[in-house]
Design a protein around this ligand. Structure first.
Ligand SMILES: C[S@@+](CC[C@H](N)C(=O)[O-])C[C@H]1O[C@@H](n2cnc3c(N)ncnc32)[C@H](O)[C@@H]1O
Length: 326
């Protein structure tokens, strides 16, 4: 909702810039269409009705935009804030409803991540740790434990799908020290204690169309994953669509190498490999000295009819290193 207070400030600014001798009235105002669009939006907030307000505002003649410049700017700012709120509410709704596939099993994890995943699992001992970021029903993890796997496992997800509540509860009871499911919050809000970090960092982190696929805080979540990984540990995640404008990445061909792959391979302390066949990424941590080239956020937008958001960034750092593509 665009608040009554924001509207009051906006109307006051219009009134102050109004030059007519008879005073400002909504019915005669050039902002009438915009104000009607705001009413429509407030009755049923949606990305479409928000976009319509922007359209009305953009349609104002240039002269009016100049005359009412402060009101115009104020409303643009309000709309930008509203857009962020709407996006995150929509994201929470989708995550809470689990309105996407949450049932991947061990075979799907193996198909997506190949030998980086199977080798890491095979070498896990009782002190090894596996974290799944965005685990859905946590089928692969529970199957690993049921199959005799010795490692300690933590699944995470915004909400445990109702279909999986019984199996997750049963696994927690069966493996009290070796299985946990942290839910009810974004990954970025999970504390070290909830991840039992006192037991050590993780040998394996998986993310199959999970956190990285949806998150609004991509860089922060990637940094968190890398900080949670042991030196020698492996992070695997499925292909995600991210556009990065990189003026200082010489000889970069985005048709051959995704922007994300090029940017990530310039993070210090890791080796990056991308699979051409599956699009998945394998990041092996080789040092605790992690340094991430700064990304400026340009866009994060929830898309209608698609699960993944539109994410655009820019990066001005020199990105000399190319990823390994297999
Ligand atoms: C498409 S499901 C995939 C689940 C599972 N990996 C599978 O393939 O069956 C996405 C999962 O990621 C979780 N998720 C996505 N973004 C998240 C975030 N920012 N914080 C916490 N969980 C997130 C969702 O709650 C859900 O469990």
């Amino acid at each position: 909702m665009i608040s009554a207070n924001d509207l009051r400030v906006f109307s006051r600014m219009i009134g102050e810039s109004n030059a007519s001798v008879t005073g400002w009235t909504r019915s005669r105002s050039s902002f009438r269409e915009t104000l009607d669009a705001i009413d429509t939006y407030n009755r049923a907030p949606s990305p479409e009705s928000l976009r319509f307000i922007e359209m009305c505002l953009d349609r104002l003649p240039g002269g009016k935009k100049l005359q009412y410049v402060s009101a115009f700017r104020q409303l643009k700012m309000t709309l930008a804030m509203e857009k962020i709120m709407l996006e995150s509410r929509e994201q929470v709704r989708r995550l809470a409803e689990n309105s996407f596939r949450v049932t991947s099993d061990s075979q799907e994890y193996t198909n997506s991540f190949g030998s980086a995943f199977t080798n890491a699992l095979a070498s896990m001992t009782a002190s090894s740790r596996w974290l799944d970021g965005g685990a859905g029903e946590a089928r692969a993890m529970i199957a690993y434990l049921d199959g005799g796997g010795k490692g300690q496992c933590i699944a995470t997800g915004y909400q445990i799908p109702t279909t999986a509540a019984p199996s997750v509860r049963a696994a927690k009871e069966k493996y009290p020290d070796r299985f946990d499911y942290v839910s009810g919050k974004y990954f970025s809000g999970i504390s070290d204690a909830e991840l039992h970090l006192e037991r050590g960092k993780f040998d394996l982190i998986t993310d199959l169309n999970g956190v990285m696929y949806y998150t609004q805080t991509l860089v922060e979540d990637l940094k968190r994953y890398l900080s949670l990984l042991k030196v020698g540990g492996v992070l695997v995640f499925t292909s995600i669509q991210v556009e990065i404008d990189m003026p200082n990445a010489t000889n970069h061909d985005p048709r051959q190498v995704p922007d994300l792959a090029r940017w990530m391979s310039n993070i210090t302390g890791i080796n990056v490999t991308r699979s051409r066949r599956t699009g998945s990424y394998t990041l092996v941590k080789n040092s605790d000295d992690i340094n991430v080239p700064h990304l400026n956020v340009i866009t994060y937008e929830i898309r209608q009819g698609r699960n993944d958001p539109l994410r655009k960034y820019s990066c001005n750092s020199p990105l000399a290193i190319h990823p390994v593509i297999t």
